[in-house]
Design a protein around this ligand. Structure first.
Ligand code: C5P
Length: 326
C-alpha cells in the first residue's frame, strides 16, 4: 500500500512512536475503499463428513473480476454500522460487520466504523460474495489501522467468520482443504481456453448448509484414487490445461436434481453454444469458459434475451491496490 497516505494521519504516527496501546487510541479519521472479488470453484471434492458437521473438502478456487465495493469510514461513535445497496443485507449479521467487530474485539478497540457496501456479486449464489466482503474488511482494517496481526492471526479470524473467508485473504488460484480454511496458493496459471467466463445466476437462492446436509456419501470423491483437485493443481503446475473430467463439483449432481431451474439454465447454456458448464460452489451460479470474447458475448446476449442474469467475467489476481485510503 502507499504509506504516504498514512502520513496524513497524525494519530497513526503517534500510535507507533509512543507505542500507545491500541485500546487507548483516540479518534481515527478518514475513509478507505476496498474491492471484494467473487470466486468460482474449478473443482470441489467432498472427502467425507466430519464429527463437527462440516465436510472435509479439496477445492481449487479462482478469483474473478466481479466485485463488491466497500467504503469504510471512521465514525465518532463506538458502533459498527452497515448500509448495503441490497437492503436485506443491511444488518449486524452481515459478515462484513462481524469481521469489523472481530477486529475491534481482538484489539480492544472502540473506534466506530461505518460500512457502505455496494453489492454487485449476487447473494447466496456460490460465488463467495459474503465471505469476500468479510476478508476485505479484515485486510482493509489491518492496513488502515496498521494492526500488528501475524498471518496466522488473520487466518484464524478469517476461519472463524466462514470456511471460504481465508481463501479471500490471498485469492486464487488456490487449493483449499480441510473445511476450506487450509489454503495453498497455486502458480498463477490460467488456461487460454478459459480466458473468458460467463457466470449465469438462476433466479433462485440456494442454502449451502441445506446442500451439504442432504448430500449422499455416493457423491463424495474417493481420495484413494487422487482427487480432481489434485489433478487440476498438477495441470496448473505444469502450465497445462486441466482435463475437462477433472473440472468436477461434487455438489452439482444433487443441486441439479433438487433445483430444476438450475438444470434448465445449464441446458439452455449448452444449447446456446457453451461447450462446458459447471456449478460454482453450492450454486446456483453456473460458469461457462470460453477462449474467445466474441463467442462468450454471443452466448451472453442469447441468454440475456431469455431473461437470465449473466455476467461476462475473467480470472483475476487481486493485489494490494484493492485498498485505497483517503
Ligand atoms: O463455513 P460456512 O459458514 O461458510 O459454511 C456454511 C455451511 O455449509 C455450514 O454450516 C455447513 O453446513 C456447510 N459446510 C460444510 N462443510 C464445509 C463448508 C461448509 O458442511 N467444508
Amino acid at each position: 500500500m502507499g504509506y504516504s497516505s498514512l502520513k496524513l494521519d497524525k494519530f497513526l504516527i503517534s500510535m507507533h512512536n509512543a507505542r500507545m496501546s491500541h485500546a487507548q487510541q483516540a479518534q481515527i479519521s478518514g475513509f478507505c475503499f476496498v474491492r471484494a472479488y467473487a470466486k468460482i470453484n474449478l473443482t470441489l471434492d467432498i472427502l467425507g463428513r466430519r464429527a463437527d458437521g462440516y465436510h472435509d473438502l479439496a477445492t481449487v478456487m479462482q478469483t474473478v473480476d466481479l466485485y463488491d465495493t466497500l467504503c469504510l469510514t471512521a465514525t465518532s461513535d463506538d458502533r459498527v454500522s452497515l448500509i448495503c445497496t441490497t437492503p436485506e443485507l443491511s444488518n449486524n449479521e452481515n459478515l462484513a460487520v462481524r469481521a469489523a467487530q472481530l477486529v475491534r474485539q481482538r484489539f480492544a478497540l472502540r473506534q466506530g466504523i461505518g460500512i457502505e457496501l455496494y453489492k454487485r456479486i449476487p447473494i447466496a449464489a456460490g460465488l463467495g460474495g459474503g465471505s469476500s466482503d468479510a476478508a476485505a474488511v479484515l485486510l482493509a482494517l489491518q492496513q488502515w489501522w496498521q494492526l500488528p496481526f501475524s498471518s496466522s492471526d488473520l487466518l484464524n479470524m478469517a476461519a472463524t467468520l466462514g470456511s471460504d473467508v481465508p481463501f479471500f485473504l490471498t485469492g486464487g488460484p488456490a487449493l483449499c482443504e480441510g473445511r476450506g480454511e487450509r489454503v495453498t496458493t497455486l502458480a498463477p496459471y490460467w488456461p487460454p481456453s478459459m480466458r473468458w467466463l460467463l457466470l449465469l445466476k438462476p433466479a433462485i437462492s440456494v442454502s449451502t448448509a441445506a446442500v451439504f446436509r442432504s448430500l449422499p456419501a455416493s457423491d463424495y470423491t474417493d481420495g484413494t484414487y487422487g482427487t480432481h483437485s489434485r489433478a487440476v493443481c498438477a495441470a496448473f503446475d505444469a502450465r497445462s490445461t486441466p482435463r475437462l473430467e477433472d473440472l468436477h463439483n461434487g455438489l452439482e449432481r444433487s443441486v441439479l436434481e433438487t433445483y430444476p431451474e438450475v438444470a434448465r439454465a445449464r441446458k439452455d447454456l449448452l444449447d446456446a453454444g457453451a461447450s462446458f458448464v459447471q456449478l460454482s460452489g453450492s450454486g446456483p451460479t453456473l460458469f461457462a469458459p470460453f477462449s474467445e470474447l466474441f463467442c462468450a458475448r454471443r452466448v451472453q446476449e442469447h441468454m440475456q434475451a431469455q431473461g437470465y442474469d449473466v455476467y461476462l467475467s475473467r480470472a483475476i489476481h487481486p493485489d494490494a491496490g484493492n485498498v485505497c485510503f483517503f
